[in-house]
Design a protein around this ligand. Structure first.
Ligand code: NAD
Ligand code: USQ
Length: 382
């Protein structure tokens, strides 16, 4: 398979590129280093030291004996994106190339605008490029469970059968996103749905939950192949942050009561899901939607799991409830369907004490790189 990975220098993109490359697929990675410059702007960095993209590619060639092609391209540059898609002629385009942080989008007007401009413009460009020069390619787009928010009804996979005034239809599931970032994903989903309906493109929208974990089979091969691991309040996500906090003796920062629930998955399962979706493409004209997570937890459950795993290793971990910087429901109903990927063959790797301990051991190796200043929640939704 010829596979174009947009955002292939990122937390999920780089491991995805190696994953497909190792399986013999022809991989082309595109990135414009927005995530690296985002860290420079905030004065923060990944816990793991990550090599420059071209060094990663060279290390991969040396270690795995395989080539990954990489090019620095901003996908909001339509002319370059179009010619790249035309020349490479991908079968599959895995699109991770967006600004992924809810807090970043809530800093102020400029950050909200930059998140929506970058994300919506990049995806719109991609849809036009596919329409013009790669109409049969399959788009595998990373969306988010946060598009749905936390409605007081069961969440379906993308669509809802509605019975209204005696008539029925299957319509996109209503969305209640919780940040300008999550909203950008809703706008993308609408644009993708439109392009599939009107131009006959094929797409899979993967509404992914919060990803945790440091390692995949490929990143483990050599430190030069490590992926990023963020723990700061803007780019770090819950479980990853809690592991770093436990190792350095910072209280685990539970926002509010911690009873808010989310879907979670291991980074290895992200790769599994993306591969399953890629090898079984959507039909022409179809926007298929999968809810991509393996387990739902409350934030408090997650914090307690990390706290007890850390304490069993001899750390002095403890939980602290912070005033919630976000506007989000804490006590709510949460029952999202997530059967589509299981039906395609997903074998989930569930969270366990052993898995958290492995993460804590890796965090321990790099703990001297932690900047304490970056941890406390500072970005307010109000
Ligand atoms: P990341 O920031 O590490 O990776 C995204 C990559 O895309 C970065 O390397 C960035 O430089 C690049 N990029 C951004 N804008 C670009 C542009 N205009 N042109 C070219 N490259 C661009 O984020 P991640 O955690 O790997 O997330 C990947 C995708 O998955 C994102 O779309 C994110 O919204 C989605 N997602 C992530 C999670 C999670 O928990 N990490 C959960 C659900 C969904
Ligand atoms: N939270 C805490 N303490 C922390 C960090 C977070 O209690 O130190 C809470 C938040 O309030 C929230 C939950 O944990 O209720 C999840 O927050 P998060 O920062 O881990 O995740 P989120 O902002 O939702 O964003 C992440 C990724 C994003 C992806 C999303 C999937 O950054 O790219 O889209 O997870 S989902 O949450 O399903 O929308």
């Amino acid at each position: 398979m010829r596979i174009l990975v947009l955002g292939g220098d990122g937390y999920l993109g780089w491991p995805t590129a190696m994953h497909f490359s190792r399986r013999g697929d022809d991989v082309f990675v595109v990135d414009n280093f927005t995530r690296r410059t985002g860290h420079i702007e905030r004065g923060t960095d990944s816990l793991t030291p990550i090599s420059p993209l071209m060094d990663r590619v060279a290390a991969w060639r040396q270690i795995a004996g395989r080539d990954i092609t990489a090019e620095v391209v901003d996908i909001t540059d339509f002319t370059r994106l179009r010619s790249l898609v035309k020349d490479f002629a991908p079968d599959t385009i895995v699109h991770y190339g967006e600004i992924p942080s809810a807090p970043y989008s809530m800093i102020d007007r400029d950050h909200a605008w930059e998140t929506q401009r970058n994300n919506v413009e990049g995806t719109l460009n991609l849809l036009f490029a596919m329409h013009e020069v790669a109409p049969d390619a399959h788009l595998v787009k990373l969306g988010t469970m946060g598009e749905y928010g936390t409605p007081n009804i069961d969440i379906e996979e993308g669509y809802l059968d509605i019975d209204h005034n005696g008539r029925t239809d299957r319509l996109p599931f209503p969305k209640l996103p919780g940040s300008f970032y999550h909203l950008s994903k809703v706008h993308d989903s609408h644009n993708i749905h439109f392009a599939c309906r009107v131009w006959g493109l094929r797409a899979t929208d993967l509404n992914q939950g919060v990803v945790y974990g440091l390692h995949t089979d490929e990143t483990e091969l050599d430190d030069r192949l490590l992926t990023r691991f963020d723990y700061d309040e803007v780019f770090g996500t819950a479980l990853n942050r809690f592991c770093v906090q436990s190792v350095i003796g910072h209280p685990i920062t539970v926002y509010g009561s911690g009873s808010q629930q989310r879907g979670f998955l291991n980074i290895r399962d992200t790769l599994q899901c993306v591969e399953l979706a890629s090898r079984a493409p959507a039909a022409a004209g179809e926007m298929r939607v999968f809810n991509q997570f393996t387990e739902a937890f409350s934030v408090m459950e997650l914090a307690s799991e990390v706290c007890s795993a850390a304490n069993s290793l001899g750390y002095n971990a403890r939980i602290e409830h912070c005033v919630n910087p976000r506007v989000e429901l804490e006590d709510h109903y949460y029952n999202p369907t997530h059967t589509g990927l299981l039906q395609l063959g997903l074998k989930p790797r569930l969270l366990s004490e052993e898995l958290i301990e492995t993460m804590l051991h890796t965090v321990e190796r790099f703990k001297d790189r932690v900047s304490l200043r970056a941890i406390a929640p500072a970005t307010q939704w109000r």
